[in-house]
Every structure is written in C-alpha cells, then in structure tokens.
Write a protein of this length. Sequence first.
Length: 148
Amino acid sequence: MTIRQSGDRWNKMLPEARAKALALVQLATENGLPVMFWEGWRSPDATLKNIAAGTSKVADAFSSLHTWGVAFDIVFKGVMGEPVWPDATDPRWKQLAQLGESIGLKSGGLMWGWDWPHFQLPGYTASELKTEWNNDFLAFLADRGVSA
C-alpha cells in the first residue's frame, strides 16, 4: 500500500479526510485494487493552474473542496508502483467509488459521472464554506485542528 503521508497535500487535509483516505486505500487493496493516495489539499494557486489548463471544472479556487482540505484523489498503481489513470470506462473506477461510498465518502465518479479519482467528506459544500469562511480556507483548516 502506497500512501504519501507527508507534505501539504497530506498534512493540510482534515484529520477525518486523512483517516478516510487511509481506510479507502486499505479497503481497495484488500479487494484487489492496486491504488495509492495521489492528492489531497490543493493550494488556490495550484487550483487556478488546473482551471487554466482545463483540468478542473470549478469556477474558482475556492470552489474546490481540495482547497478546503475535505477532498482527495485516489489513483491506481501501475506495475512499477507509478500512478496511473485508466480510461473512465474501466470498471475498477466504479468498484473503487462504491468502496469509498461504503465507508461514508462521496465519489466524484458516482456524483457527476466523471472525476473518478475524487472523493470527499459528506456534509461540505464549497458554496457554504466560501460564504461562512469568506474564502479563508486557512482559518477553516485551523478551526478543524489542521496546522496551516
């Protein structure tokens, strides 16, 4: 099981999100799916780069739940342990999504029909977080016990 448990992408996620990422990787591995944690927290600047590159469908950096530390991506591992993103029609994505939902996560693939690597904690919406915290994701993270 490969989990990159260091750096901001891991450390700036809510503790509950880190625990769920670990649980999902373990459960998937136990079910024969070779997966790894890929990305959790994403800075506003990184999100803006993704928007500019066309790899993100959010309107702004604070519309991504990755910025708020409540979302993460799980990808498959290739034969050499490298990250791989199979075609969206690969049935393993749906199996991974269903495993995520079985432990209380929301799956991007099952919610939207795309973004299969994406998982998020339930009960959070970007619009509510943006309004309640006035885009201050660092204050939100600190309030939830995350060292920002």
